[in-house]
Design a protein around this ligand. Structure first.
Ligand code: COA
Length: 201
């Protein structure tokens, strides 16, 4: 979950001019197929993180969250202690998915793509690898927790066959002591939990 009041960094990118934007300054746009595909996919490889990736993982967590600890599904995870897959494009870290087994499913602790790489298939490559990992481990499902303001992630996960599993109403506002502005200035109140079944490998 993102505590937006603590995160001044760019988290999204303007689809028109490429300018990087902090969460509260980002706005939604609806695009046709031709413009949605502008630039196309980048070449990206996804692999398990190694000890050498630690600094890069700390950096992406810092930009996305301001820390490496993530509260989700009613518990706390340190990204550095989880099973991490990194997306690498042009020799650079483009994105990260951090995974942990929780309640019998594979939980996405963090999914984050650097703004400059967003919209070019990096998130899709990371999700595909995470689903493959869940299948290889024989886990029945994969789940994600997002805040109610995070409309891009909500759209992204549903496009990848996740459905709403439950909503922890007011959880985030209670945690932070008030409902603070998040994506597009939407007040952050609830944790939405999404899940999709995984076919055995
Ligand atoms: C949600 C998130 C993981 C998606 O990652 P992504 O690499 O942009 O995802 P993809 O490119 O695979 O898919 C995005 C979809 O939106 C479309 N899209 C078009 N323009 C886009 C744009 N400017 N930004 C994002 N998506 C765009 C893509 O074409 C794609 O469509 P599809 O579903 O038909 O394939 C990413 O936006 C994210 O990390 N959000 C959280 C904020 C964050 O952590 N920021 C980084 C801080 S370091």
């Amino acid at each position: 979950m993102i505590d937006s009041s603590q995160v001044p960094y760019a988290q999204y990118r303007c689809a028109q001019c490429g300018k990087e934007l902090p969460l509260t300054a980002a706005r939604l746009a609806v695009l046709c197929d031709d413009h949605r595909r502008e630039g196309g996919d980048v070449e990206v490889g996804v692999r398990p993180a190694t000890r050498e990736d630690r600094h890069d993982i700390e950096d992406i967590c810092d930009q996305a969250l301001g820390e490496t600890d993530v509260d989700a599904f009613g518990r706390s995870f340190d990204v550095l202690g989880q099973e991490n897959l990194v997306a690498v494009s042009g020799g650079r870290l483009a994105g990260l998915v951090s995974l942990a087994v929780d309640g019998g499913d594979l939980a996405i602790v963090l999914l984050s793509v650097y703004p400059e790489f967003q919209g070019h298939g990096v998130g899709r490559a990371l999700i595909r690898s995470a689903v493959e990992l869940a299948a290889a481990r024989g886990l029945p499902g994969i789940k994600a927790a997002i805040s109610n303001d995070d409309v891009p992630s909500f759209s992204f996960y549903q496009r990848h066959s996740f459905v709403i599993d439950s909503v922890a109403k007011g959880l985030l506002a209670d945690r932070y002591g008030s409902a603070e502005p998040g994506f597009s200035g939407i007040l952050v109140r609830d944790e939405i939990r999404l899940r999709r079944s995984v076919c055995p490998a």
